[in-house]
Ligand binder design. Structure first.
Ligand code: AMP
Length: 278
């Protein structure tokens, strides 16, 4: 596996391979890789001639300096995992390489960022779209792979890629979980033992809400989920039931599909998860 750290070399590698007719799959990550990331890598490997995995902790999508500082960085383990998986290039650029001119570009996310992560993490999705489009411009992939674990992010990237005219396939991949249901996340490594034991309540409330919506209605289902998490000493930020396409909260008269999305603090660690509940 090649490790490329400069934008120039990355772009040259892609241009050369694309002009020889090879297809490229891109998996953007922030590193501290686990089997959730590797499931995206495997999907990319099965559908493309070549696979690039970017490992870049994107400063402009963080809301606090301490979260950015604390974010786990595990280059040696990551490169070993990607090499074993059969990845062609690990793209590992510096912040200066990715953002030589600095500056924040503003995107109109057309309401997709109005609820859930949007208001709780101002500027977050704008930063995500900025880094992902930058990676698309450099790597020029035929397809890019993202986890359904970050459901709102996936919807926003799909929307932005189409609106900005990227002719690539945005592929969503199912959430990989621990045996007790906790969604795999780089942040799980930061959980204390106590909160690691309590955190699976997040998946429990998602699963329970499946039956509760029909029985008790939207508002009571939400209140029940918040109470269950609080009872486990978590500090829930939101538990929302939304339309999977518009990400707008549903009401009891909504007859279509429903995605339950949740964010909760387990001690000092903020976790998110979601599930199709109807
Ligand atoms: P991150 O490194 O957290 O930015 O994640 C990089 C990509 O991996 C994103 O598209 C995530 O949605 C995806 N991902 C993270 N955790 C999981 C998981 N448990 N299952 C599936 N995909 C995941």
């Amino acid at each position: 596996m090649k490790v490329i750290t400069t934008v120039n070399e990355m772009a040259l590698w892609s241009d050369g391979n694309l002009s020889s007719g090879r297809t490229i799959g891109l998996v953007p990550t922030m590193g501290a890789l686990h089997s959730g990331h590797i499931s995206l890598v495997n999907k990319a490997l099965s559908a493309n001639d070549l696979v690039v995995v970017s490992v870049f902790v994107n400063p402009i999508q963080f809301n606090s300096a301490s979260d950015l500082d604390r974010y786990p960085r595990t280059f040696d383990a990551d490169s070993a995992l990607l090499g074993q998986a059969g990845v062609d290039v690990m793209f590992f650029p510096s912040v200066k390489e990715v953002y030589p001119a600095g500056g924040i570009v503003e995107y109109d996310l057309e309401g997709l960022d109005e609820h859930m992560e949007g208001p709780n993490r101002p500027g977050h999705f704008n930063g995500v779209v900025q880094v992902v489009t930058r990676l698309f411009d450099i790597v020029k992939p035929n397809a890019a792979y993202f986890g359904e674990k970050d459901f709102q992010q996936l919807a926003i990237i799909r929307h932005a890629a189409a609106k900005l005219g990227y002719g690539l396939n945005v592929v969503g991949c199912p959430t990989v979980r621990e045996e007790d249901g906790l969604a795999k996340s780089s942040r799980n490594a930061l959980l204390t033992d106590e909160f690691r034991q309590r955190a699976p309540v997040i998946f429990e409330v998602l699963e329970e809400s499946m039956g509760l919506i029909a029985e008790k209605g939207i508002q009571k289902t939400k209140a029940h989920a918040m109470a269950m998490m609080t009872a486990q000493q978590l500090r829930p930020e939101y538990f929302e039931l939304v339309r999977p396409d518009t990400l707008q909260p549903v009401t009891d008269d909504w007859d279509g599909p429903v995605q339950a999305c949740v964010a909760a603090w387990a001690g000092e660690v903020r976790l998110i998860d979601n599930l199709r509940v109807k």
